[in-house]
Design a binder for this molecule. Structure first.
Ligand code: PGA
Length: 259
């Protein structure tokens, strides 16, 4: 059984005061159960205070970014080691905004994944195509390449060590969601390529999320698809809607209705 994940990507929103207030609200109102878990990916400046607030909570905390060295002259960066020291156990890697705006290459992404695993931080590897690539039928090829490059020489001992997020760039922050069949098709392809790199058993256990304009209206139908194990939610994770999505999903044991 693959447990669903409802993950929030706050991006560059919420200062520490707002973050603490919202984290307390999430803690009080999200009732995670055995079918679903919640993770919030917050700005670096919020990580420490939130980790204090959510210490005893089931809600997990993730970083949006870190550098692949442990320490040293890397002005502006934080390390996986630092994250681990404050009990942050998840991190986004390869988000399209990092790739496009900050020039992160597949090689850098690969190093970050290796570093995260070294510190027992679960990386959420984000992959996705832009509109031009989709229109030119390059999506499958591109996603396969992104996955293969990101996971080059990465040995996984168990499926819980990594999470993948399929986030079509044209759907991020645009209000245009991939329809459930489009999203399912690519998530299935991702599982297939994971099977080729590792093995079918491991591939069948790795969680694959969909991200890109997930909201209260479309979350359920997306999360019901066979290879979609939850969502990485940007805009809607800053509001009450995140709580409603998490609680709504938690009511359903999808494991009963899918293989
Ligand atoms: P969005 O962002 O839900 O606002 O489209 C998703 C993401 O970038 O992770």
């Amino acid at each position: 059984m693959r447990k669903k994940i409802v993950a929030g990507n706050w991006k560059m929103n919420k200062n520490p005061f707002e973050a603490v207030e919202f984290a307390k609200k999430l803690q009080n109102e999200i009732n995670n159960n055995n079918y679903c878990e919640s993770i919030i990916f917050v700005p670096s400046i919020d990580l420490f205070c939130i980790s204090e607030v959510l210490k005893a909570s089931k809600i997990k905390i993730g970083a949006q970014n870190f550098y692949f060295e442990n320490n040293g002259a890397y002005t502006g960066e934080i390390s996986a080691q630092m994250l681990k020291e404050i009990d942050v156990n998840y991190a986004l890697v390869g988000h399209s905004e990092r790739r496009i705006l900050f020039g992160e290459t597949d090689e850098v992404i690969n190093k970050k994944i290796a570093k995260a695993l070294e510190y027992k931080i679960t990386p959420v590897l984000c992959v996705g195509e832009n509109l031009e690539e989709r229109e030119n039928n390059l999506t499958v090829e591109l996603i396969r390449l992104q996955i293969k490059r990101a996971l080059k020489n990465i040995n996984l001992k168990n499926a819980g060590e990594i999470i993948i997020a399929y986030e079509p760039i044209w759907a991020i922050g645009t209000g245009k969601t991939a329809d459930k069949n489009q999203a399912q098709e690519i998530c299935r392809e991702i599982r297939k390529v994971l099977g080729e790199i590792y093995n079918l058993k491991l591939a069948s256990q790795i969680r694959i999320l969909y991200g890109g304009s997930v909201n209260l209206k479309n979350a359920e139908e997306l999360f019901e698809m066979q290879d979609i194990d939850g969502g990485l939610i940007g805009g809607a994770s800053l509001t009450e809607d995140f709580i409603l999505i998490a609680n709504n999903i938690c009511k359903t044991n999808f494991a009963d209705i899918k293989i």
